[in-house]
Design a protein. Structure first.
Length: 317
């Protein structure tokens, strides 16, 4: 027997869960017709939802014992939910997917075939279009992928989703990375393994509202850059060196101008602008170092990545 653990992070997804469950059960049934020895478990991670998400999951658990859940004590974020799912998955394979149906369950048979029959360690999905997304968000998303691939050694594919199936060996490798500040897309690229990419066109969510505002996505991007690249620290060094050279050349220019032409040094307004420019660059560099220091500080506390308030196993006791 082979077991697939379908890991579904949920935050205020009360409306979407019934649609998702119906679709994933249908796909699981179709796959079992092809692979007779295949079984599923559906592991929902309730990320501190404020609506009736947990009640919906518990109702599914009552009628289908393949449904399991972990409910957080508060909202820890999607990265923590993914880690919790992978940590609690019992399957030989695990697939991570969203409950809003933007990760079409219909792609799962091809993904499973890639890891089961074609020898891949992972099969991942990427969007080839961003239809339905705000234009400015799409623009900055593309710039982010281009930037982080230049700045870090992690291979992060443009348009990559968290919708991915993995073998047990790859699951264990991810779970063993217990860092508190997590950027799973970067972790996937960093650990390596042989991955097959499956492309699909963007699908809009079936119900509910997105939890990702522009600023949350911006913060997530910064998390990825800081977590997988030290290039910003090098940039701070080069900024300092550049401004030092410019200042030195400026001093030489003023001395030569005074000796040759006898002109006094004037222009208080331009000097103020230069001082403000240099001060701004200094604050920027200190801020960059502060971000790395803050991440180091959080890691040294060794706090748990998530705290579970309830699980399906507790209900069975």
């Amino acid at each position: 027997m082979s077991l697939i653990s379908a890991i579904v992070p949920c935050y205020n997804e009360q409306e979407a869960i019934p649609f998702f469950y119906e679709a994933i059960v249908k796909t699981a049934g179709e796959m079992k017709e092809t692979w007779k020895d295949l079984e599923f478990e559906f592991l929902f991670i309730d990320d501190g939802s404020k609506d009736g998400t947990l009640k919906e999951i518990e109702a599914l658990r009552q009628k289908d014992k393949r449904v399991r859940f972990v409910s957080f004590s508060r909202n820890f974020g999607k990265e923590a939910a993914l880690y919790a799912g992978l940590s609690n998955a019992r399957g030989d394979y695990a697939v991570t997917m969203d409950a809003d149906m933007q990760d079409p369950p219909s792609l799962l048979p091809d993904m499973y075939r890639a890891v089961k029959e074609e020898g891949y360690d992972s099969a991942a999905t990427r969007r080839v279009t961003r239809k339905g997304e705000p234009v400015i968000r799409s623009f900055f998303a593309r710039r982010f992928y281009r930037l982080i691939n230049r700045m870090s050694s992690a291979d992060i594919v443009d348009g990559a989703r968290d919708y991915r199936i993995m073998t047990r060996r790859m699951i264990d490798a991810i779970v063993n990375m217990r860092e508190y500040n997590r950027f799973t897309k970067g972790i996937y690229g960093w650990i390596g393994f042989n991955t097959k990419w499956i492309e699909f066109e963007n699908v809009e969510r079936i119900a509910g509202e997105t939890k990702w505002s522009f600023w949350k996505l911006f913060g997530y991007a910064m998390e990825g850059i800081i977590g997988f690249s030290t290039a910003p620290l090098s940039m701070a060094t080069w900024f300092g060196l550049f401004m030092g050279v410019v200042s030195f050349l400026g001093i030489i220019f003023i001395i030569v101008k005074k000796l040759v032409f006898g002109d006094p040094t004037g222009g208080w307004s331009s000097m103020v602008c230069i001082i403000l420019l240099v001060a701004g660059i200094q604050l920027f560099c200190i801020g960059v170092m502060g971000q790395y220091l803050a991440k180091t500080y959080l890691e040294t506390k060794q706090r748990p990545i998530y705290i579970a308030r309830r699980t399906s196993e507790d209900e069975d006791i």
